[in-house]
Design a protein around this ligand. Structure first.
Ligand code: 3HC
Ligand code: NAI
Length: 708
């Protein structure tokens, strides 16, 4: 073979073709060529009757090499011509059996479907996840999958991008047999069984392509779902169109149509953003001064202090991962309330069919309620989630320092307080860290891991690894007020209030940001989280507000009227018993009155201004955070916003979005706001510098790292 990415060996009269391109056997440069060469040899060798195609390592093939997409769109590289290779495989006169273990995703599944048979390990998964990268299958996946699995399943898999397990793949006809035990032996045995039969071509099948009437309904529902659940995204609709083409066009023509839509998607801004997110999610796990080989501490039992909104959710997160939790409260009623909420949450999951009663019971049994510190000497980590107040936190940490063994990680879920000051109450600052979960903790994927000045590398490495085990995306941040996410959220929500105070209708502010792609508008988000939280903090930290700066008044005034948001049935909006929001004309009238009193004349405000002020509010603060080293990379900020704040993934995150707009343009707009609205809009020095140099945030790598 010309390259060692694909190896051909023999098992008697069966050829074994092994793809060996670690870590995930992506179909990068050299792999398709290697497969083509191996097939050529297999065809020419008359001793060989059938072939088994498989992947080395922990997986079959994870798809095309995503790193190569950027090279294609920038013109550095032509496409791989994978589609042509697959046609050649399919036309091979001798049968080829693909043996799947781990994952067969994207181009990996397309490769498998172009061979004549597929067998799989029971733990394998198959899928067409391309839409998650803003593209669609580009090597015949939308044409072959409906021929094997039927139109409905193919549309679902190609438009939603979620994988299915081996048992389902068997049921839907994507694989022909599951192999218990040694996959290669089982696949070779299967190959011997079918060796004399003609090699069936997927493209020639049409029995599962359905009737126009059935299909019309399937495509209509799929489009409706895509518009609702993958709002504003182009790829899911393109994927549906391409599967539809399989039902209306001959195979070759369908493939041409798929290719056209694939290229269209690949060159789109959405795809570039989603590919940035794919690599970003993996990059955040890499911390320059905490290398991969850093030792980690065991976390096989934990305790949570405080069973309120956050503590209860955090206890569930651990229990869901199979880790036993001690849950401590101050008194029985608080403990009972906390447990009742946990139970209610599990019951809800059971009622929705997401969890069996038995599994819920198992998880609940892992949570052991307590009013004392008994048992704390045995746990390996404690997460504190008591009320937000420095004195109380210090008291709790001093107590934990006394009762927990040496080596136990002491983590705080604080959202505003200094981890260093909390750590000062202990004799083990190196074991103290922030684990900032987001509400609801058992749902939101983001975990900000806050590094204190003394936090040890082992403790950081442990928490980063733990986040994955808990199903969270852990991002390391520095210890500053609000850390990264909430610090940026301040200017974002401030601008939303200012816009209303200047005359923008409340619902127009939320609608503009919803249309931009945010999961929820900023004012509705305030109502959900509770307007009183910020109000109380402002009352306590009033002295921190820079004198002379314009301060928003709207939410303080709403709170003074007892309008705390959803929890009181009224905030920016009014709410019915099902927490459904409607516009409250009384609030609009009050706003006008308050603005007049404050001497702010009303004006017409465009959706564009609403978006620019809120989003650039995020970006400007993000630039400061990056420059000060409280986030390691612009990407880390992006990931925080995607997983913690409902920023649309297809826009890549606030920093990526600004890069794509062009930092010179963003800088100019912020200067305009600075002139018009004053000191809040002082451009971040880093933004100014990068804009002048025609650079991007992605170019900037903080030299200091996420230091305290
Ligand atoms: N291309 C390039 N690199 C890839 C890759 C791919 N398709 N899939 C994974 N990688 C890289 C990751 O970036 C990571 O690199 P790093 O170690 O330098 O950070 C490494 O492989 C390991 O990946 P994970 O950390 O994600 O490993 P896991 O074991 O947790 O997961 C996986 C493995 C389930 C295969 C997961 O990586 C995955 O889902 N990969 C992407 C699958 C995908 O989207 N495929 C479609 C590609 S597009 C396509 O095929 C187009 C076609 O239609 C023409
Ligand atoms: P909460 O008020 O719902 O719950 C706090 C609980 O702690 C109460 O049940 C209280 O009885 C208990 N408690 C107080 N002192 C205690 C002690 N000494 N020992 C044991 N239990 C004690 O508060 P919430 O919202 O859960 O917040 C907890 C922490 O999480 C705070 O630091 C907050 O800033 C942070 N946080 C809150 C978020 C939210 O959206 N609510 C989001 C992220 C962080």
């Amino acid at each position: 073979m010309n390259n060692n990415l694909v190896e051909l060996s023999r098992d008697g009269e069966i050829a074994v073709i092994l793809i060996n391109n670690p870590p995930v056997n992506a179909l990068g440069a050299g792999v398709p060529e290697g497969i083509a060469e191996a097939i050529e040899k297999f065809v020419q060798d008359s001793q060989l009757r059938a072939a088994v195609l498989m992947g080395a390592g922990k997986s079959f093939v994870a798809g095309a090499d995503i790193k190569e997409f950027g090279k294609i769109t920038s013109g550095q590289r032509a496409g791989s011509g994978l589609g042509r290779l697959l046609s050649k495989l399919e036309e091979c006169p001798k049968p080829i059996v693909t043996a799947i273990h781990g994952s067969a995703f994207g181009g990996g599944l397309e490769l498998a479907m172009a061979t004549h048979y597929r067998v799989a390990s029971p733990t394998a998964q198959v899928g067409q996840p391309e839409v998650k990268l803003g593209i669609i299958p580009g090597a015949g996946g939308t044409q072959r999958l409906p021929r094997l699995a039927g139109v409905a399943k193919a549309v679902e898999m190609c438009a939603e991008g979620n994988p299915i397990n081996a048992a389902d793949a068997l049921q839907y006809g994507i694989v022909d047999r599951l192999i218990d035990g040694d996959l290669q032996l089982g696949a070779a045995e299967f190959a011997r069984e079918i060796a004399e039969k003609p090699a069936p071509q997927t493209r020639a099948r049409s029995e599962r392509l359905g009737s126009p009437e059935e299909n019309a309904q399937i495509f209509a529902v799929a489009r409706q779902n895509a518009r609702a659940k993958q709002r504003n995204m182009a790829a899911p609709l393109a994927a549906i169109d391409a599967v539809e083409a399989a039902t209306t066009m001959p195979f070759e023509q369908g493939c041409e149509y798929e290719q056209k839509r694939f290229i269209e998607c690949l060159f789109s801004e959405q795809s570039k953003a989603l590919i940035h997110v794919f690599f970003g999610e993996r990059e955040v796990a890499k911390i320059p001064d905490v290398p991969k080989q850093t030792a980690v501490l065991p976390v096989s039992s934990v305790a949570v202090v405080g069973a309120g909104t956050m503590g209860g959710g955090i206890a569930m997160v651990f229990a869901n991962a199979g880790i036993p939790v001690l849950l401590k409260e101050v008194d029985q009623p608080a403990l009972d309330r906390g447990l009742a909420n946990i139970r209610k949450n599990y019951d809800y999951s059971v009622s929705k069919g997401r969890l069996t009663q038995q599994a819920a019971g198992k998880r609940l049994a892992l949570i052991q309620p307590t009013l004392r510190f008994e048992g704390f000497s045995d746990v390996e980590m404690v997460v504190e989630a008591v009320f937000e107040g420095m004195e109380l936190k210090k008291q709790v940490f001093a107590e934990l320092d006394r009762v927990c063994k040496r080596g136990t990680i002491l983590a705080s879920n604080t959202s505003t307080l200094s981890i260093d000051e909390i750590a000062s109450a202990t004799s083990r600052a190196e074991f103290v860290i922030g684990t900032h979960f987001f509400s609801p903790a058992n749902v939101m994927r983001l975990l900000e891991i806050v590094r204190g000045r003394a936090t040890s590398k082992e403790v950081i490495a442990t928490c980063m690894q733990l986040s994955k085990k808990l199903g969270k995306v852990g991002v390391l941040v520095g210890n500053c007020m609000g850390f990264v996410g909430n610090r940026m959220f301040g200017p974002y929500r401030r601008e939303a209030q200012f816009l209303v105070e200047e005359g923008a209708p409340i619902e127009a502010v939320d609608q503009a940001l919803f249309d931009f792609g945010m999961a929820m508008g900023p004012l509705a988000t305030g109502d959900l989280a509770g307007l009183d939280v910020g109000w109380r903090i402002r009352k306590e930290h009033g002295h921190l507000q820079a004198l002379g700066l314009r301060q928003p008044f709207a939410e303080d005034k709403l709170c003074e009227l007892g309008r705390f948001g959803q929890k009181t049935g009224a905030g920016w909006y009014k709410y019915d018993g099902h927490r459904r929001a409607t516009v409250d004309p009384a609030v609009a009238a009050l706003m006008r009155e308050w603005s007049t009193q404050a001497g702010i004349p009303p004006r017409d405000i465009s959706a564009e201004e609403i978006v620019d002020r809120c989003i650039y509010g995020l970006v400007n603060e993000g630039a400061r955070i990056l420059e000060q080293g409280y986030a390691l990379r612009a990407t880390d900020i992006d990931i925080i916003y995607l997983y913690g704040y409902g920023f649309p993934a297809y826009r890549g995150g606030p920093m990526w979005y600004a890069d794509r707009v062009g930092l010179d343009k963003v800088y100019d707009r912020i200067c305009e706001f600075h002139r018009q609205f004053g000191a809040h809009w002082e451009p971040a020095p880093l933004l100014k510098e990068l804009a002048a140099q025609q650079k991007t945030f992605s170019d900037f790598q903080s030299e200091r790292g996420a230091a305290a």
